[in-house]
Design a protein around this ligand. Structure first.
Ligand SMILES: [Zn+2]
Ligand SMILES: [Zn+2]
Length: 149
């Protein structure tokens, strides 16, 4: 098991193993965050916020309202592509990028579409920069292509 935490220690993760690879995503938002993601299934991730254990499979975790202790920035795919918003429609692919409200560390992203919430098969991205380098030894580093904006 690998444990990790934000800088102040209020947001903590436990995963069963190192990720198969780390990904420095260079999409419009991740490039600016400097995050280095490890991708997991929600069923594999245990999260503790301010001492409260919250399984990543809990629908509240993928709600549009962040749990206490977290702040979300929701990537708006339609705005990113300069498309007019569709009334009543939450664009697919929208993700909530979560950070610790106390220390500001980018901790993870989670899908907040209705079909993400409560679906334990869905992926979650954990910021591997919260993990110890020792735990990540030998893990392949990838870089995904970005828009180079
Ligand atoms: Zn923190
Ligand atoms: Zn990205």
């Amino acid at each position: 098991m690998i444990t990790s935490a934000c800088h102040c220690g209020r947001v903590r993760f436990a995963v069963p193993a190192p990720p198969p690879f780390r990904n420095e995503c260079r999409c419009t938002v991740c490039y600016k965050y400097g995050a280095n993601w490890g991708y997991y299934q929600k069923t594999d991730v245990a999260i503790t916020i301010d001492g409260h254990a919250t399984p990543a499979t809990d629908p509240a975790f993928s709600s549009t309202t962040p749990l206490p202790g977290l702040a979300y920035y929701v990537r708006d795919v339609e705005a990113e592509k300069s498309l007019p918003p569709t009334p009543g429609k939450v664009p697919r692919g929208n993700l909530a990028f979560a950070r610790c409200v106390h220390c500001g560390c980018m901790t993870h992203w989670v899908g907040i579409m209705p079909d993400y919430a409560g679906d334990p098969r869905q992926r979650i991205g954990i910021n591997t920069r919260l993990m110890s380098e020792v735990d990540l030894e030998g893990v392949e580093q990838k870089t995904s292509a970005g828009p180079l904006k």
